[in-house]
Write a protein that binds this ligand. Structure first.
Ligand code: SF4
Length: 435
């Protein structure tokens, strides 16, 4: 091994909410040349992290865009935010916790709204949990104890490729043969790649999650259910499912956007939470959202620590107010209420509905991200940043709430700063303007 070649072990993968912390990287001459243990998504994340980078800060819309220094881009960002009457700060789920802190400070200073990507993914989960409580556990507990795992409205094989391999189809302390002692059920409206890892596929009619969960809950509580089928499932099958769910020793319900973003939304989660609570009268059950962005859990936690609320926080009156549906980014942009957008580590230009585009194309957007994306094309100010977990350190929170330290593996390109440093400088600039 040459002197410039080194191995970095136990690196967390900053892609999905599994935040797998066993990645091994080989670094040579300041570049990642080889990796072990990750899935194909992770391989692309680490080995291609230099692809499609924003090479320089820019000011100006497409067609009249010029490269500028970081200081000039930050000064322009300060000018835009200081002038705005209703600035929105959005994103945060694909960056580390210290960057979040700076974003909340900016929102408080300028009386803006600060929201993260959970408002378009597991926001309904948070609403359901706020209404009905939460029964959660560590992923390690699932591995060591569970004998029934249900994936509901989720496609782990493609969205979280190592979830099954690291926690479900591996031996645990009390489940030594996971193939025979631990069953996997997959509940969804259509077949998916994940069917091949499931012991049982349960197909329900689209938009009937609430009915099916409510029927299961009634059956678990010993009630009779009228009719012959619910959500496309015969009542006899639902009875058998409810009985099995009561008889196993330890169950875990993992759920994805198929549950949170289908008809019923937070009411689906409310029903799922109550089903889990009822099952806990008979045996042990937990539930956990399959979080997408690697630090969306962290964004909810840091937002709650600093503002009191997990997302959709408005500081317009000088103190934090929380109102999903009112202060969530899609709603604010679709109503045309926002006059500046500070976007950090997200791509609303690619993912938000068309109704938001009208506002996004008329207001100034400050975009902080390592890579070029749809939002960088629309932005007035682009500020490239270091990739957290590769080019700068930090902390992030796994889908089960476990905080993990992110390593700096290599240096960022010259002159490229971490998100937290860019945001800190914007905050300091704003302090002089409006503080
Ligand atoms: S499952 Fe997710 S966190 Fe784990 S290696 Fe793959 S992309 Fe990375």
């Amino acid at each position: 091994m040459t002197e410039s070649k080194r191995i970095v072990e136990d690196v967390p993968c900053t892609f999905c909410g599994c935040l797998c912390d066993d990645i091994l990287l080989e670094v040579e001459d300041g570049k990642i040349t080889r990796m072990e243990n990750g899935c194909t998504i992770s391989k692309s994340r680490f080995l291609n992290h230099h692809d499609n980078r924003m090479e320089s800060p820019t000011i100006g819309k497409k067609g009249a865009r010029s490269n500028v220094s970081v200081d000039e881009a930050i000064a322009k960002a300060v000018e835009i935010i200081a002038k705005a009457r209703r600035p929105l700060i959005y994103g945060l789920s694909s960056t580390e916790n210290d960057a979040h802190r700076e974003a909340y400070k900016i929102a408080e200073l300028v009386g803006g709204v600060v929201d993260n990507t959970s408002s378009v993914c597991h926001g309904p989960t948070i609403l359901g949990v706020q209404e009905s409580g939460e029964a959660s556990a560590a992923l390690a507990e699932t591995r060591h104890r569970s004998d029934l795992v249900i994936y509901w409205g989720s496609n782990p094989t493609q969205a979280h490729p190592r979830h099954v391999d690291r926690y479900i189809r591996v031996p645990g302390k009390f489940v030594t043969d996971p193939k025979t002692e631990r069953k996997i059920w997959l509940v969804d409206i259509r077949t998916s790649e994940s069917q091949r890892i499931a012991d049982r596929f349960i197909q329900i009619d689209p938009g009937t999650d609430l009915e099916v969960l409510s029927a299961l809950r009634a059956l678990v509580r010993g009630h009779r259910v009228n009719g012959t089928e619910i959500g496309g499932l015969p009542v006899a099958q639902l009875e058998e499912m409810a009985n099995t769910m009561k008889e196993i020793k330890y169950g875990v319900l993992f759920f994805g956007l198929g549950l949170t973003q289908s008809k019923g939304r937070h009411r689906n989660i409310d029903a799922a939470v109550k089903l889990i609570q009822d099952l806990n009268s008979y045996t042990k059950w937990n539930m956990m959202p399959m979080r997408g962005h690697y630090n969306v859990s962290g964004a909810n936690k840091t937002s709650t620590w600093q503002t009191g609320y997990p997302y959709a926080v408005d500081y317009a009156r000088g103190y934090p107010r929380y109102q999903p549906g009112e202060y969530t980014s899609v709603d604010l942009l679709a109503r045309g209420e926002v006059d500046a957008l500070l976007n950090i580590a997200a791509d609303p230009g690619a993912h938000f509905p068309k109704a938001c585009w009208k506002t996004m194309s008329r207001i100034p957007i400050i975009n902080i991200d390592p890579k070029q994306n749809m939002t960088s094309i629309m932005a007035t100010v682009n500020i490239p940043s270091a990739v957290a977990g590769i080019e700068c350190d930090g902390a992030a929170v796994r889908m089960d709430g476990l905080p993990l330290y992110l390593q700096k593996v290599i240096d960022p390109p010259e002159g490229i700063l971490p998100d937290r440093e860019i945001l800190r400088r914007i905050y300091e600039g704003l302090l002089k303007e409006v503080g």
